[in-house]
Design a protein around this ligand. Structure first.
Ligand code: ATP
Ligand code: MG
Length: 259
């Protein structure tokens, strides 16, 4: 059975794309076939983490939603990037299943067009199903735009698991409550929280407990604000580049909660 997982946050910049990419890579390295779909059609970005070059992208999610191509044409095999990252650390990628990325268009005109004209939501839903079937996916991860919009509601509605990410910031606290409420109304079968960008001098265990009590849902991880991640600057996949880093160790625990 394929597991569909959507990753959300009410506010922007919480670390959704970075975590989605790293979680996907770690899951694929356990022999799974993983798809990642960038439904952040207003401000796509996850392709950068996989070093997917604009010139190599013929069809995007936008093209599929406009009926220009089949959805599988929009899926790009990004395993060479994973293999390259591992090689840099002298590691063999013996157990890599497969990893595909479905990017959204990064062309200004195409973003403007889809935002102004909208698209057929049923087609997006159908696209998820077809990707799962035709790429024989074990996991489909959905990276989303912050806040609540059409894609967010559709992806929560279709997910087996919704992951909500927040920072320890009072603006995030309020918005997170709204996102959780919506996910509960949509009856997502499973949901957990991740707190990201936590300063080192915080008490991580106390924060985890506080958040768990406040929202009454499980907290799968509390991740540090890391200068090393800032320095890497979305240039590649942090967890593969720094396998022994405390951030990576925490992400590995989150992956165990997902499996
Ligand atoms: N734990 C962390 N420590 C330091 N920097 C981080 C951490 N997590 C993510 N970042 C950085 O924060 C920035 C935003 O991360 P990312 O793009 O993943 O967030 P996002 O939630 O997808 O943003 P958006 O809402 O705009 O899609 C990136 O530069 C990323 O490298
Ligand atoms: Mg993002």
């Amino acid at each position: 059975m394929t597991k569909t997982i959507s990753i959300h946050s009410f506010r922007g910049g919480t670390g959704k794309s970075n975590l989605t990419a790293n979680i996907a890579a770690l899951i694929a390295l356990k022999g799974n076939r993983v798809g990642i779909i960038d439904t952040d059609i207003q401000s796509p970005g996850i392709h950068v983490l996989f070093a997917l070059d604009e010139q190599d992208v013929e069809y995007t999610l936008n093209d599929y939603l406009w009926g220009y191509c089949n959805v599988e044409k929009t899926a790009y095999d990004v395993s060479p990037q994973i293999i390259k990252e591992l090689k840099q650390n002298g590691v063999e990628s013996n157990n890599l299943g497969a990893i595909y990325l479905i990017p959204s268009s990064i062309k200004a005109g195409e973003i403007a067009q889809i935002l102004s004209e909208g698209y057929d939501v049923e087609m997006l839903k159908d696209g998820f199903d077809k990707l799962i079937e035709r790429l024989q996916l074990d996991y489909l991860l959905i990276d989303t735009h912050p806040g609540l919009n059409e894609e967010t509601l559709v992806s929560i509605g279709l997910s087996d698991l919704a992951i909500i990410i927040m920072r320890p910031d009072y603006q995030d606290y309020q918005g997170t409550a709204v996102t959780i409420e919506v996910a509960q109304e949509l009856e997502v079968p499973s949901m957990f929280l991740i707190v990201n960008k936590v300063l080192d001098d915080f008490d991580f265990e106390a924060l985890k407990e506080e958040v768990k009590v406040k929202y009454k849902i499980p907290v799968a991880g509390v991740l540090p604000l890391s200068n090393d991640i800032v320095r890497l600057a979305s240039h590649s996949l942090f967890c593969l580049r720094f396998p022994d880093h405390p951030f990576t160790k925490e992400v590995e625990k989150i992956v165990q909660c997902i499996e």
